[in-house]
Ligand binder design. Sequence first.
Ligand code: AMP
Ligand code: GLY
Length: 438
Amino acid sequence: MLKPAVIGKDGRTTAIIKSLESSPRVGKGNVLVLSEWKNIPSFEEAAGIVMAKARVERPDFVVIGPEEPLALGIVDRLQTELGIPCVGPTANLAKLESSKAFTRELVAEYCIDGNPKYRVFHCMDGVEDYIRALDAEGGYVVKPDGLTGGKGVKVSNAHLFSIDAGLDYCRELFASTTNPIVIEEKLDGEEFSLMSFCDGEHTEDMVPVQDHKRAYVGDTGPNTGGMGSYSCEDHLLPFLSREHLKAASDINKAVGQALYKKTGERYKGILYGGFMITRSGLRLLEYNARFGDPETMNVLAALETDLADIFEAIVKGTLHQVPVRFKKQATVCKYVVPEGYPENPVKNVKIDMSAVPAESESLRRFDAAVKEVNGELILTGSRAVAFVGLGASLAEAEHLAEEAASAVIGRVFHRPDIGTAELVGRRVEHVLSLTHAR
Ligand code: AMP
Ligand code: GLY
């Protein structure tokens, strides 16, 4: 039997735990949580707790859910001090997510396709000229280096409504950190995520997924961590051609190999490419060095291969020997979130799940920011519970997820439009309008 451990507490980590527990090599209740990694006082203190537990329990490997412990070096500590292998990169390799300048430069240096026009700045010299030039061509985006919880990226005409506002933002960033900033061309199109398992040499793709960042119906309201996501039975997306998917897959593969060439270290974990289909083809928006949340719920619900076998192959460097397969089913994931999320979420109030249909092969439930107190489920202030419907079509999967999400009683909301024909149709129209405007 294997003894895996995880770090994290969110829908994604619950999905990893559930998927591992369904392996005959692990079994129910046998995944150790080394740390939820919530309300961390300092890295040293949190890492100390992880290390003490890992030293006693000696898990076979540790899977890291969120980005912060990766960027701060938890993998370095587990591997070098205890010799415990990890599914997740060292801090140096996690720069793929924690440094946007590192990633743009890596992709350029190894002649990998996908970068938009960009430049890296270490001070204000040249910033104004570059912003003006990009603005004249259609817009610009300012990206600070470092983990910013999705809040650092600002886009012209969405967050920055004049050149002066863009310059002020850059000055503000340089005043508060010594990190560089990336300024790049603003792209228009449809975004999707392609996550690949990577053992440092070989990559195996998961199915592509589309997330929904905005809080409210019709893609309105503030940006969130992701309100829900879908994937399709043909393992494409309604606006994504086989050629574009292949191009994204090639980029993930090339990036995995470039990381080794650049650093001499093998990237073991998840390469999460954030891509956009634009009028000029596929572009790379960003990399994350971990599983996506909510995308992980879609892909792991559809995974046919034993996840424990995949993780073991990642740490051993034998991923090419494991055939990674997914069900030919559509999946729709909907997050139920507290009223007021993301800005002012209610917390410490209970939700009633008694009317929610039971879990089955075609309906999965993943608890996230909830805790159980005296048999009741209490909201803790972030995305609370996710449901994934699986079906022969998006419509079937959407119906199942919607039925479950709308049956949760309490001070919560979700997006009924995720996975519906109307919303998906609008995305296809968007891509068509760009290609026709060529
Ligand atoms: P990132 O963290 O780099 O993915 O940026 C967060 C979000 O900003 C992305 O999911 C996009 O919605 C948006 N974004 C990032 N880069 C660009 C770009 N070059 N053009 C337009 N939007 C972008
Ligand atoms: N779904 C977006 C993320 O995981 O970063």
